[in-house]
Write a protein that binds this ligand. Structure first.
Ligand SMILES: [Zn+2]
Length: 487
């Protein structure tokens, strides 16, 4: 094995960084040049001894003691436990402590201490009955990258999805993992046929972290030039590639309609992605408003909807009509604007209250929302300044979509109600994010920069230019103490 400190020492001397101690050790052993192997400073633990002249071992504990006496490194974890509960407790303890150790540990071995008893227990066809391995939940594994497919999303963005040899990770079998974009692929130097590191992340789909080992015959991943769904020439925008064929690309249209009717959007029950695909194939449905033109008759033409006198077909058609009253934040989410998820849709709905206000919002006003950066603000602004989108929004209203204002919460009455607040400096009690959440919970709008529209500046320690600006503009300045008193 390679200790983590040796891995760090080795990486400090070379430009060819090794990412993972386990794979570095495996690679060093496989290397045919002993000098190269020696450079890696591998280490080993002795955990058992089968024969020593003139000695008979009665237990594992005696073996370990003997090995230690004779100068072998036996590691720091060996413990004799008397009950199953003690074993479980020890596993938990090791699991807590292992991240601070100098070696990677992915599990524990539990063995029967008494050697005479082991003989009585014997073996199954494959394994001893007196030893067992316990594996901690894996957070990172390696597997072979088999292929890369480019998925076209609702905004036309192509995402490379890696198909990998199935591998167990955190209790699930992983077959696919994301590779963000082409630049990411180049940076990570992964190739088809190579061994790659995979990590579970908060996303539904795990992520490929990097190259573990370049295997013989591996092939570079090529950047597509044509859309895999519609064949259009692709365009590069920043780090991403896009299919520009917005109104004619099947995958884009289907993903857009599916997002529109999803639980966080119009929440139409019974309209699965496969049904949307069939609707697209049979009726060439492209635009949101066309969904509201559908009746049970159309659904009856679809495979699987004809039976029971079209009851199912009428149910879905009704569900679409019944979804017309929609909360403003869900409506914003349904539009599928690039990078607008549930949270940002809520922030926008809260700030602008009505569709008219959102349509007329300036770039700067959108940017004032605490969690929105320039890229997202630009996406929102451009969406509502594209004539095609405005036409579609008008049609939706014409088809009877009723947008309901986000229900106003009952807020505790504080000085922050309906006020615009800026935070600066460091507070003792709360970090910036928590303080923002507290203020938003009191119906305040927290923004990044001080302007004449700011009601309060809350200044922690080491406040800088924002404080000076607020003083110049005559804005009420609160200390951390005053902030705490008022919440
Ligand atoms: Zn396309």
């Amino acid at each position: 094995m390679m200790t983590l400190s040796n891995l760090a020492k080795f990486n400090a001397t070379t430009t060819e960084q090794l990412k993972n101690a386990r794979n570095a050790a495996a690679g060093a052993i496989r290397n045919l040049d002993p000098k190269k192997t020696a450079e890696k400073n591998l280490d080993w633990f002795a955990y058992t001894i089968h024969y020593a002249e003139g000695k008979k071992f009665e237990s594992q504990a005696e073996e370990i003691a003997f090995l230690k006496q004779n100068g072998f490194n036996v590691g720091s974890y060996f413990k004799v436990n008397k009950t199953a509960q003690e074993v479980f407790d020890e596993i938990d303890l090791i699991d807590q402590k292992r991240r601070n150790e100098d070696i990677l540990m992915d599990g524990v071995v539990i063995r029967l201490n008494n050697i005479a008893h082991r003989e009585e227990f014997g073996f199954t066809a494959k394994f001893p009955r007196w030893a067992m391995a316990y594996k901690f939940e894996a957070e990172e594994v390696t597997s072979i990258l088999k292929n890369v497919v480019w998925q076209v999303g609702r905004t036309g963005k192509l995402t490379p999805i890696a198909e990998i040899e199935p591998v167990e990770l955190a209790g699930a079998t992983i077959k696919r993992a994301t590779l963000n974009n082409y630049g990411d692929i180049l940076k990570k130097q992964v190739e088809i046929g190579s061994r790659v590191f995979i990590r579970r992340s908060n996303e539904v789909i795990p992520e490929i972290l990097g190259l573990a080992e370049k295997l013989e015959g591996s092939q570079p991943i090529t950047q597509p030039t044509k859309c895999p769904s519609c064949g259009a020439d692709l365009v590069e925008v920043g780090a991403h590639i896009f299919c520009p064929n917005r109104d004619g690309c099947p995958d884009q249209i289907i993903d857009r309609l599916s997002n529109f009717t999803s639980k966080n959007g119009f929440d139409v029950e019974g309209l699965s992605i496969s049904t949307i695909t069939k609707l697209y194939e049979m009726f060439k449905i492209k635009y949101f408003h066309e969904l509201f033109e559908l009746t049970g008759q159309e659904f009856m033409c679809l495979e699987g909807f004809g039976g029971k006198k079209g009851r199912l077909a009428n149910q879905v058609a009704d569900a679409i009509q019944n979804s017309k009253q929609i909360q403003f934040d869900k409506f914003i989410y349904a539009l599928g604007i690039n990078e607008i998820g549930v949270k940002t849709a809520k922030d926008l709905a809260k700030k602008f209250s009505t569709l008219e206000a959102l349509k007329n919002a300036t770039f700067e006003q959108i940017l004032e929302i605490y969690n929105i950066g320039e890229v997202v603000a630009k996406n929102v602004y451009e969406y509502f300044h594209n004539p095609k989108n405005i036409e579609e929004l008008d049609k939706l209203i014409m088809y009877g979509i009723e947008i309901q204002e986000v229900k106003k919460q009952e807020f505790r009455e504080t000085i922050f109600n309906q006020k615009t607040v800026v935070l600066t400096g460091t507070m003792q009690k709360y970090d910036r994010k928590t303080a923002t959440e507290i203020l938003e919970g009191l119906n305040a709008t927290v923004v990044n920069s001080v302007s004449k529209n700011t009601d309060f500046l809350i200044a922690g320690e080491n406040a800088g230019s924002k404080l000076t600006k607020a003083q110049t503009l005559g804005i009420t300045i609160l200390s951390e103490e005053e902030f705490l008193k008022n919440i």
